[in-house]
Design a protein around this ligand. Sequence first.
Ligand SMILES: [Zn+2]
Length: 213
Amino acid sequence: MSFYRVLCLMGAVLTAHAAHSARVGILVNVPPTTPAPVVEALQSETEDNLKDTGLQLIWSFSQEEAAQETYDRVISLRLLGRCVPLRPEPVKNSRVLGFTHISDGTVLPFVEISCDTVLRVMGSGSPRVTPYYPPNEFGRALGRVLVHEMLHVLTVSSTHERDGLTKPAFNRADLTLGNLRLTGRALQRLHRSLGHPDLQAQNGGNQRANAEE
Ligand SMILES: [Zn+2]
């Protein structure tokens, strides 16, 4: 897996870090096959989970759009696969839902999410027989994986909590049911880190949100 694959943030202007109401740019790269309602649900779930954090999320879908804005932090999000809400073919080694790159102990702001793995976990053990998934459910699941990875990026840390959106592995229920949220502990870490943006990651290796099986 190549690092530095996403290099289209050159136009983004970084401003000084702010402890509160930090402007976080999310530069989204989705395959053209992704239905718009999936992306909308992804955004909505992400916004909902971060609404009490003081972060202002600014979504951009092109380099030109990103260049119009200024940010405190920038995260590049890439969705991998066709990202059509259909049950995918079973494939090997597909436990990784999403990941964030780490280089020399520092978390890099590049998040990648595997649509096929998310869909596979959504269908794992599901009583549903249809091969189709509602786009809003798929988008919501993607949003949960994104928030997990964003916490790694924004806290510059590989830390996980036992519960909530920062736990190390998600199963079908985590992706599809109820209200999986950030725990108070995760929110505390986030607030601390926004005031100290130069923290180093605690562990090496790429950070992955895994499927729990
Ligand atoms: Zn993780």
